[in-house]
Design a protein around this ligand. Structure first.
Ligand code: C2E
Ligand code: MG
Ligand code: MG
Length: 407
């Protein structure tokens, strides 16, 4: 991604002077002289750094700093101004105390060499790590939303459910990897807030699909830490009751390593979820080194074969052996078996022939927005039909181009 510097200065000559230096320092540059143009460019062009003059017609620099704070600006800001040091210092403090990243405040006239040194450092700097404050703002500002990945029967290609997957579209950084969000929130009060957000969204979406004739279960991932939360089962049950979704329509997914931990508390919570009627899925199965004895103790209804085994199954004997034995294990224990990471027609056919009941993966559909599920379903053609038709090839999975980056 390029380094983009947005400048606002009411003197065009000065703006152009900064522009030349910034280009030398490695930035793509835009110069604005009016607050409105600056705001538009900030929103659309998403600069990675900002140079701001404190004197702007129709407004002033402090007001613009406040606006940047309200926009959750993460980009470092260089304040440049002809005012004296005390005013500059006050402006810097106003920004910093409210969480803006003020890189420095420089007094005009500024020496080209000094400015270049500062801008070069900004251009090279890695963006600061995301923190809990960013996460909290993201939740509040509606930057988080849910995509849903269809799950289909590998017997007949029918849509049998979806999995809710959290997405964060950061205004400056773009899509933040989901694993990163979960790790950041883990063991903090935000984990519960995020969990509740995902659950509410997924339940509301389930209800909306049911109204369109797709009354299918939605799977929600639950973090390992929440298995130590005694109120989890009650909270999920009351969210379901509130949304009027029956428990069998909400599959709780928990990773193998979390589900199989020795903790008695975890087993207690999983059992309570089952008693309340929620199906329980063991995610990423095969990666957690669990023993069969422990698997037998967990009251699961489904296991999902981890995509690392599925993707290697066509080329690795060892991976194939694991896939086959998980499918056998699931059958013997009366659990639904789901293959994750079906990335090609070959994977689809192989898992289908091995008797795996259901699958998810890019060859079926990438995760998509809830309101796109109906359209996907109408155009979905399975690459292989076990019973009715012979094998049939498709070129690639149907998917929305615009959604690829979020999937
Ligand atoms: P997961 O539950 O095993 O979800 C499947 C992940 O594999 C998703 O990544 C999905 O986008 C990706 N995927 C699906 N099909 C394919 C495929 O064919 N090929 C490849 N290479 N990848 C595929 P995502 O959304 O980045 O999520 C990563 C993990 O983050 C999830 O793994 C889950 O453990 C966790 N996660 C996602 N959403 C939530 C959430 O709301 N709460 C919690 N606690 N964890 C979540
Ligand atoms: Mg999952
Ligand atoms: Mg998984």
């Amino acid at each position: 991604m390029s380094n983009r510097l947005l400048i606002i200065d009411d003197e065009p000559e000065f703006g152009n002077f900064v522009e030349r230096i910034a280009q030398d320092a490695g930035f793509d540059v835009r110069v604005t002289t009016r607050a409105e143009d600056f705001k538009d460019a900030f929103k659309q062009w998403m600069p990675t750094a900002i140079v701001l003059d404190l004197v702007i017609p129709e407004t002033d620099g402090i007001e613009l700093l406040r606006w940047l704070i309200s926009e959750n600006c993460q980009a470092p800001v260089v304040i440049l101004s002809g005012f004296d040091a005390r005013i500059l210092d006050a402006a810097r403090r106003v920004g910093r105390e409210r969480g803006l990243n003020i890189a420095c405040a420089l007094m005009k006239p500024v020496r080209a060499g000094d400015l270049k040194e500062r801008l070069t450092a900004l251009c090279k700097a890695e963006p600061a790590a995301l923190n809990l404050l960013d996460l909290e703002r993201a939740l509040r500002n509606g930057e988080m939303f849910i995509f849903y990945q269809p799950k289909v029967s590998l017997e007949n290609g029918a849509l049998v459910g979806t999995e809710a997957l959290l997405r964060w579209l950061h205004p400056q950084r773009g899509v933040v990897p989901t694993d990163q969000i979960i790790t950041l929130a883990e063991n903090t009060p935000l984990a519960e807030l995020i969990g509740e957000f995902v659950m509410r969204q997924a339940l509301a979406q389930q209800k909306a699909w049911a109204r369109e004739g797709m009354d299918l279960p939605v799977s929600v991932n639950v973090s390992a830490a929440s298995l130590y939360d005694e109120k989890l089962a009650d909270r999920i049950a009351s969210l379901c009751a509130h949304e009027e979704v029956s428990p069998e329509k909400l599959i709780v997914e928990i990773t193998e390593s979390a589900a199989m931990s020795h903790a008695v508390e975890a087993l207690d919570i999983l059992t309570r979820l089952r008693i309340k009627g929620f199906p329980l899925s063991i995610d990423d199965f095969g990666t957690g080194f669990s023993s069969l004895t422990r698997l037998q103790r967990v009251p699961a209804t489904e296991i999902k074969i981890d995509r690392s085994f599925v993707s290697e199954a066509p080329t690795s004997q060892a991976a194939l052996a694991i896939v086959k034995s998980v499918i056998g294990l699931a059958k013997n224990m009366n659990l639904t078996c789901v293959a994750e990471g079906i990335e090609s027609a070959r994977h689809y056919r192989m898992l289908s022939e091995l008797g795996c009941e259901a699958g998810q993966g890019y060859a079926i559909a990438k995760p998509l927005a809830g309101d796109k599920l109906g359209a996907w379903k109408n155009t979905w053609v399975p690459p292989y039909q076990k019973r009715r038709y012979g094998p049939r090839k498709i070129e690639s999975a149907p998917e929305e181009k615009s959604q690829q980056s979020l999937a």
